[in-house]
Write a protein that binds this ligand. Structure first.
Ligand SMILES: C[S@@+](CC[C@H](N)C(=O)[O-])C[C@H]1O[C@@H](n2cnc3c(N)ncnc32)[C@H](O)[C@@H]1O
Length: 292
């Protein structure tokens, strides 16, 4: 255990991963150790001397893969200046003017690449999503990023928003926002810690009943490191929601428009799982609405 702490602290020491938080990092390290097919690294980490094994080539390879995972599933979505969103949030707390306040929401949504890509389309996206149910009571947002700052664009009232993220600082920001602005925009809720690679969260998620569950741009994260979509399927089966909204980007990582943005594998899976399917596309994103 002591070695795991040392590893985690060393990773947290690099600026790029400094936000991740010990709890999440340690759970990712254990998950990777369990996946380590040769079991060599598990043995040397659990039994070896940290100062010696950190120079071991198998260990170095293990660390490289782990850092690549952290980058691809978390780091890549953050803006360079990770403190910018906190600075904007501090200004928000002092702002009374409603127009300025809305503009600050847009600015903070720019601090996460997924919400930045939606730009000014949130109003239109939510209008479509809630076209058949304008009075949801509970909205669950899995891997929510900074979406809590898009609540004013929903134009709904009296609902509960639950946003799930694996990094404590993000969860604190969500809770701080709801504490300060929930009443202003007419909703309540909370940010919750969750690591979707830890099986226990699948059970926890299945116990949360919601009217809408968002899985915006999450399938690549869920299916990370696999050649199949089994983890996405596991989630879809467990989510306990009247309507699950799954979105996908329609641009590649190199910013090119995809020729065939609709995901055939996903549409086939949905038919097989027996969901009713609705579909719309807005700007750079496609949305599937699944009803059971
Ligand atoms: C592509 S972004 C989507 C964010 C948000 N759903 C949106 O579309 O605005 C993927 C999100 O998954 C979150 N994530 C990464 N690893 C995760 C994990 N192990 N458990 C839960 N969420 C995770 C990231 O922090 C990130 O916010």
């Amino acid at each position: 255990m002591e070695n795991i702490d040392k590893m985690a602290l060393e990773i947290l020491g690099s600026k790029k991963f400094s936000m991740l938080g010990l709890e999440y990092l340690e759970s990712v390290i254990f998950w990777f150790l369990d996946k380590d097919e040769s079991k060599n690294v598990k043995k040397i980490i659990l039994e070896g001397d940290y100062d010696i094994f950190r120079k071991n080539r198998h260990y170095k390879k293990f660390l490289k893969t782990l850092k690549a995972f952290l980058h691809d599933t978390y780091g890549v979505y953050q803006v360079k200046n990770i403190h910018k969103r906190d600075e904007i949030f501090e200004v928000m707390k002092k702002t009374k003017d409603t127009t300025k306040l809305l503009k600050l929401h847009e600015d903070i949504l720019h601090c996460h690449s997924s919400s930045r890509e939606r730009g000014k389309n949130y109003n239109e996206i939510y209008k479509k999503i809630f076209s058949h149910n304008k009075k949801p009571k509970v909205i669950l947002d899995l891997g929510c990023g900074l979406n809590v700052f898009s609540m004013p664009f929903m134009n709904l009232k009296n609902f509960k928003y639950i946003g799930v993220e694996p990094v404590k600082e993000d969860v604190e920001l969500i809770n701080d926002y709801i504490k300060n602005f929930g009443k202003v925009y007419g909703f309540s809720g909370m940010g919750v810690y969750g690591n979707f690679f830890d099986k226990k969260y699948l059970k926890i998620i299945s116990e949360i009943k919601s009217d809408f569950c968002f899985l915006f741009k999450m399938t690549d994260v869920l299916d990370y490191g696999k050649n199949d979509h089994k983890r996405t399927e596991e989630f879809l089966k467990k989510i306990n929601s009247k309507c699950t909204v799954v979105s996908f980007p329609t641009k590649t990582v190199s910013n090119k428009k995809m020729n065939k943005p609709r995901r055939k594998w996903f549409e086939l899976m949905i038919v097989r799982l027996g969901f009713e399917l609705d579909y719309f596309e807005i700007n750079n994103e496609i949305f599937y609405l699944l009803k059971s």
